[in-house]
Design a protein around this ligand. Structure first.
Ligand code: SF4
Length: 378
């Protein structure tokens, strides 16, 4: 089954670590919603399968008012076959969440929230440049639950300069005790050209300490396991049955359509991405032209994408699936390249699956890169 992602490219404030596409100028908000609705119509034939998941992300989609959100959700329902009980997720920031808005969201069919909490401590939220405070971070979860939304995911960031091990344990205790069934926990990364990169260059903030992050990652694995969460992807933890269907579909190679500026789409053979410029996106859509670039994936690229995404999941690389994508039996070759990681306890071979051990999960990207195939090997 397929998924649809809608990118809402506006935020209240620029978080200092963020390199997503967004603007803090909201003047084009109404025109953007009209353009997104129009793109939904233009792209109605991109997916041939029924749509199982709709994900409103960004940016900050919780900045949209009820009517703007309704226009978008109704356009998707009009132009695509959304299955009954589809997972409809809205990314929301704590400072936007209030009781009436939550009821509006429920009435629109939104049945899952992904809340950008990042930390329950003001000290962290301040250097991150977040628009909310610790009280709002705590209160919004209870408000969402009281409105009847049980399927809630919380985003948290670990390994930052002001977060000690004890602080991280406390953040995780609050998250786990809140009763949410899903956590997305990311190590702080320094993306080029962000305010964070600038602050580190100017020595206003210390650089990333990977040993500190590794300690937080171990704490995260231990505490979530003890609380009954499964680490079904490197950064994602869920109570059984509460995985994100939308993201799981990405990682299993299902097709998806991205709508809005900077949104990516994938149909099995090609990947395309819309222009990352709000004004140019709106102008182009007004002429019924979707402004995108496209890349046709070679077999090697498809194989390496599968290695990279599958290795991040609990299930790991499946021999049959790998061989099917590559068009020939390469699993044995892959095992040869993986031998020293298996010996070092970073990879685990279980019959026809190759997956990361708990220790290996902290080095996923580096291990995947060593397993990538080159043109002549596939
Ligand atoms: S709210 Fe989210 S998308 Fe917006 S700047 Fe902050 S991290 Fe980036």
């Amino acid at each position: 089954m397929a998924g649809i992602y809608i990118h809402i490219p506006f935020c209240r404030k620029a978080c200092n670590y963020c390199n997503f596409h967004f603007s803090t100028n909201h003047q084009l908000m109404n025109q953007m919603v009209d353009a997104i609705v129009h793109e939904i119509e233009i792209q109605q034939n991109y997916l041939t399968e029924p749509v199982e998941t709709l994900y409103l992300g960004g940016g900050t989609p919780s900045l949209l008012n009820r009517d703007q959100l309704r226009m978008i959700v109704e356009a998707v329902k009009k132009h695509f076959t959304l299955v009954a009980h589809a997972e409809i997720t809205l990314e929301a920031n704590p400072d936007d969440i209030h009781s009436q808005l939550l009821l509006d969201w429920v009435a629109l069919g939104i049945n899952r929230l992904s809340i950008g909490i990042q930390s329950f401590r003001n000290e962290d939220l301040q250097w991150m440049g977040r628009a909310h405070n610790a009280d709002q971070a705590l209160a919004c979860i209870g408000m969402a639950q009281a409105a009847g939304i049980e399927n809630i995911s919380i985003d948290l960031i670990y390994g930052g300069p002001s977060l000690s091990n004890a602080d991280w344990i406390k953040n995780l205790e609050i998250a786990i005790n809140s009763g949410v069934p899903h956590l997305s926990c990311y190590a702080l990364t320094v993306e080029p050209k962000t305010a964070l990169a600038h602050q580190i260059n100017k020595q206003q903030l210390p650089n990333i300490d990977t040993a500190h992050q590794a300690a937080h990652f171990t704490i995260l694995q231990e505490m979530t396991t003890a609380a009954g969460f499964e680490q079904y992807e490197i950064s994602n933890f869920s109570i059984p049955g509460k995985r994100s269907k939308h993201n799981s579909n990405y990682w299993s190679g299902q097709h998806y359509l991205g709508i809005g500026p900077a949104a990516h789409s994938f149909n099995g053979q090609s990947r395309q991405w819309n222009i990352s410029n709000n004004a140019l996106y709106i102008q182009s859509i007004a002429q019924s032209l979707v402004p995108f670039e496209i890349e046709y994936l070679t077999v090697v690229q498809q194989t390496n994408e599968y290695i990279m995404t599958a290795l991040r999941t609990q299930e790991g690389i499946d021999a049959n699936r790998l061989n099917t994508i590559a068009g020939k039996a390469i699993y044995t070759e892959l095992l040869n390249d993986a031998a020293h990681y298996i010996q070092d306890g970073l990879l685990v071979q279980n019959q026809e699956q190759l997956s990361l051990s708990p220790a290996g999960k902290f080095m996923a990207d580096g291990i995947a890169a060593h397993l990538f195939r080159e043109e002549e090997t596939v």
